[in-house]
Design a protein around this ligand. Structure first.
Ligand SMILES: NC(=O)c1ccc[n+]([C@@H]2O[C@H](COP(=O)([O-])OP(=O)(O)OC[C@H]3O[C@@H](n4cnc5c(N)ncnc54)[C@H](OP(=O)(O)O)[C@@H]3O)[C@@H](O)[C@H]2O)c1
Length: 238
């Protein structure tokens, strides 16, 4: 297992259900955390509870390419490189296609797909220069398999799948690893505004999902865990 202590770990969407649980476990492993969120109050509270210095907390909307670059610059002024980048940001708009608006579709693409692109473009150069690093994305099982109502969401997550697999081809001469964690239904605020009837009691818990992220961070750097799948018992989509 990889020793995590003192590694520079950046969590995007750290105040979300999965990001927050991963942050707590990573703190226990004594990493040097950098956290982002769009919610300054929640971010400050989380930062205080995990003893993260205030200059390692960043307000960030991943749809804003220039802001992603600014955060990367600020971090790279402080540390040479990020060792582990965890992208735990994302939104889910689940509606039948005839109810999907242009805004729904655009917003899904902007956050889930373009946000991932902006992050990879901003943080890969530091990792490539060091020839080392780990990027963990959370495409979810809907990045691999379809679901009724998930046209916009799955389009973006299949996109993340294609994006990251292609980038992986560019990283072959380095030890920069990309791991995609494919989660099934996980009980977080992600589902709060989704009208589809689901049984959240049977979902993977946010804690378990955070633990999976933490587990992936510790995998030996001599190999690459390219994928991991974690799904609820009662709904194994893949
Ligand atoms: N929950 C599931 O069933 C499930 C299953 C498979 C995959 N996933 C994926 O797992 C990831 C985390 O989801 P979650 O379940 O933890 O949901 P969550 O609790 O709703 O958290 C989502 C996070 O995304 C952030 N976010 C949303 N829009 C953003 C933007 N424009 N810029 C920056 N951050 C933004 C939110 O930030 P704020 O806190 O600042 O709003 C929040 O931290 C997502 O990519 C999701 O697609 C979830």
């Amino acid at each position: 297992m990889e020793i995590l202590a003192h590694k520079n770990v950046l969590i995007i969407g750290a105040t979300g259900g999965i990001g927050r649980e991963a942050a707590k476990l990573l703190k226990q492993s004594q990493v040097n955390l950098f956290l982002t969120s769009r919610k300054p109050d929640e971010l400050n509270q989380l930062g205080t509870s995990l003893d993260v210095p205030s200059d390692q907390l960043f307000r960030l909307d991943v749809t804003q390419s220039a802001d992603v670059n600014k955060v990367a610059e600020a971090i790279h002024q402080k540390v040479e490189k990020i060792d582990i980048l965890i992208n735990a940001s994302g939104i889910g708009i689940i509606k039948p296609i005839e109810k999907l608006t242009d805004e729904d579709f655009d917003h899904s693409v902007d956050v889930n797909l373009k946000g991932t692109f902006y992050l990879l473009r901003a943080f890969l150069p530091g990792m490539k220069a060091a020839k080392k690093g780990l990027i963990i994305n959370l495409p979810g099982v809907l990045g691999k398999t379809p679901m009724a109502g998930a046209a916009a969401y799955a389009a973006t997550k299949y996109g993340v799948n294609g994006l990251t697999k292609s980038v992986r081809e560019e990283l072959r001469r380095t030890q920069v690893r990309i791991t995609n964690l494919y989660l099934g239904g996980t009980d977080t605020a992600f589902w709060d505004d989704i009208e589809m009837k689901v049984n959240r009691d049977k979902f993977v818990t946010a804690k378990e999902a955070g633990r999976a992220v933490w587990f992936l961070c510790q995998q030996p750097s001599s190999g690459v865990v390219s994928e991991m799948v974690l799904q609820p018992f009662n709904h194994q989509a893949i």
